[in-house]
Design a protein around this ligand. Sequence first.
Ligand SMILES: NC(=O)c1ccc[n+]([C@@H]2O[C@H](COP(=O)([O-])OP(=O)(O)OC[C@H]3O[C@@H](n4cnc5c(N)ncnc54)[C@H](O)[C@@H]3O)[C@@H](O)[C@H]2O)c1
Length: 248
Amino acid sequence: MSLEGKVAVVTGGASGIGRAISLQLARDGAAISVWDLDKIGAAETVAMITDAGGRAIACIGDAASAAEIAASAARTREELGAITILVNNAGITDFCPFQDITEASLERMLHINLMGPFMCTQAIIPDMLASGWGRIVNISSSSAQTGAPMMAHYSASKGGVIALTKTLAREFASKGITVNNIPPGFVDTPMLRKSPVDVEAQAASPASPMGRAGAPEDIAGACSYLVSDAAGYVTGLTLGVNGGRVMQ
Ligand SMILES: NC(=O)c1ccc[n+]([C@@H]2O[C@H](COP(=O)([O-])OP(=O)(O)OC[C@H]3O[C@@H](n4cnc5c(N)ncnc54)[C@H](O)[C@@H]3O)[C@@H](O)[C@H]2O)c1
């Protein structure tokens, strides 16, 4: 899948799924701009790409702040060129009983997980419109498909991401821009390991037909397809990558 000459922004590319996507799209030939708050992790991702002969830069900033998004977009254009691939992957999670979720916690969740992808897309879509070609992949969550107790704020934010995906897919379908989302389910990353989920017990339970947690690379493979020319007639899709945990 050749992305030679293309520039991709991956938010949250310093860790887990975002790092695997960054490495995969770099192998596919794209220059990668890693947008993350984590300076050390972002530098590690960039080094992995450049050591393998690829091109990458790190833009350290908040992918849910309009001013910082604008600065990162400007730097990416200046150093790598027009951005025609955007992977909205940065996100946070939290586990809390519904009645204990505070207004501040709800606002933070919606701001980072939903407004972040919204604002990053607004900042970058002019490049795609000017190019007549664009690929947007939003990383949502299987929790938005199935519901997830103790995660009302998180699953609501990710449900918004799925609705945003479908709306943008329709709005920009005639402009050569596709917009799809991948709702991961149970992927072994630092986020999952920090959560109350017992990864080994979940992997062994009947809820996991494949008997294992997903790897970040499982999500990266699906993303590689969605941003490729092979997926040129695919838009508005929710492409579940979950080892059979969710079948729809
Ligand atoms: N791991 C799973 O099982 C799973 C399941 C469903 C959905 N997801 C989603 O996949 C995405 C990646 O998750 P992960 O498991 O790789 O998590 P992770 O915590 O390993 O990585 C998330 C990255 O996003 C960055 N980030 C967070 N907020 C940011 C912000 N405001 N600005 C810039 N960077 C920010 C973090 O610094 C981190 O590098 C998230 O959107 C998450 O909700 C993960």
